[in-house]
Design a protein around this ligand. Structure first.
Ligand code: ATP
Length: 366
């Protein structure tokens, strides 16, 4: 188990890359660090590898500080998005290099090279020099060279970032299967929500050097801790409608500024809600709402601003007052931009946020 304890990293005087991060990497888990560009993902990997030293804080391995250990004395295998290969060696020799360096027997080296090359779809390239490969092929060789050797922890920094969507999908699945197979501890960074949810046993969401939330993909998707996680995890992002609370006996109704009711929740489920005038928003996933049909009681009226075609379905972005809600509709639904529509929503299955922090997730009103 690796632990970052209150790890703070400043580059130079002004640039804070990590703000007092506490993060545990459990043995044998596939941990994804997910965040926008510049969030501090690579800095965390470099600190785990011993390449970068935290400004303050500690790094532990099984409870013992490893801060003083240089990279070569930490058993971490790293792959970067832009990883240099040895240009004078063939692909096969590049893959075998880390194994030769550890004195592994020839037969085992050949077997490992073959297996990794098969997984990454580069078996036919083993005799080529890196200079004769495409960017995507080079990236696969670099990834192969990182994961080919046994290591205590694999640190993979956007290792499939350069690949086209189809290959990314394929290698992602292979990588996950390989990690499971090898019982490997992996920390993998990405800027893709889909990749984070697909790969992670757990996902750590990082934003501007801050750890916003860490949890299973289901935790992050269904119980986001705050509005940032809600809108950053899942595609399309969660939509929000600004509401005002109205106390009604043992319940609280949340209504839009022009009085349309959006949700009604039991007052005793709202312990976390402060009575203050702080902004309150109701959040919806695109599959938690639908276009209203005749007879639907709870419906919000709006106008279709944008339609995105996803193939198997469409996403309609519907403007309601000053907010916009994503609604998932079947691909064959006839709907066009500018059209007035009504949105039906489960009045009691909502996510409620106050000042961007989650207060309640999906509590039935009874
Ligand atoms: N050596 C450095 N000197 C100064 N600033 C740095 C250095 N390395 C990183 N930074 C800054 O620290 C912040 C975090 O960088 P980091 O590379 O860890 O982010 P990231 O989440 O990996 O981003 P990306 O997805 O773009 O790789 C960024 O604002 C970056 O500009």
């Amino acid at each position: 188990m690796y632990e970052l304890k209150a790890v703070h990293k400043r580059y130079g005087l002004a640039k804070v890359a990590l703000r007092k991060i506490d993060l545990t990497v459990r043995d044998k888990e596939f941990l994804v660090i997910y965040g926008p560009a510049g969030a501090g993902k690579s800095t965390i990997l470099n600190i785990l590898a011993g390449i970068t030293r935290p400004t303050t804080g500690d790094v532990l391995r099984d409870g013992v500080s490893i801060l003083h250990l240089p990279p070569e004395r930490r058993d971490a295998a790293m792959a970067f998005e832009n990883y240099a290969l040895y240009s004078h060696l063939s692909v096969g020799e590049n893959l075998a290099f880390p194994l030769h360096a550890r004195g592994m027997a020839r037969a085992e080296i050949d077997q490992r090279v073959k297996r990794i090359a098969e997984i990454l779809g580069i078996g036919h390239l083993l005799d080529r020099r890196p200079g004769f490969l495409s960017g995507g092929q080079r990236q696969r060789v670099a990834l192969g060279r990182a994961i080919i050797r046994p290591a205590d922890i694999y640190l993979l920094d956007e290792p499939v970032g350069h690949l086209d969507a189809k290959l990314r999908h394929k290698i992602r699945a292979e990588l996950k299967a390989l990690a499971d197979d090898l019982n490997a501890t992996v920390v993998f960074t990405t800027t893709s929500s889909r990749e984070a949810l697909a790969l992670g046993d757990r996902v750590a969401v990082l934003n501007q050097g801050r750890l916003e939330q860490i949890g299973t993909p289901a935790d992050l998707y269904h119980r986001p801790a705050n509005a940032f996680v809600a809108s950053f995890v899942g595609d399309p992002p969660m939509s929000f409608i600004t509401v005002e609370p109205r106390r009604e006996a043992d319940r609280v109704a949340f209504v839009t500024p022009d009085g349309m009711p959006v949700a009604t929740l039991r007052a005793d489920a709202l312990d976390g809600l402060r009575p203050a005038d702080a902004s309150i928003q109701v959040g919806f996933r695109s599959n938690e709402v639908r276009l209203a049909q005749q007879g639907d009681s709870a419906a919000l009226r709006g106008r279709v601003d944008v339609i995105e075609h996803l193939g198997h379905s469409k996403i309609a972005l519907v403007g309601i007052g000053r907010d916009q809600v994503s609604v998932s509709v079947p691909a064959h639904t006839s709907i066009h931009v500018g059209e007035e529509v009504a949105i039906a929503f489960p009045r009691d299955a909502v996510h409620l946020f106050q000042d961007a922090r989650a207060v309640v997730h999906a509590v039935p009103s009874v």
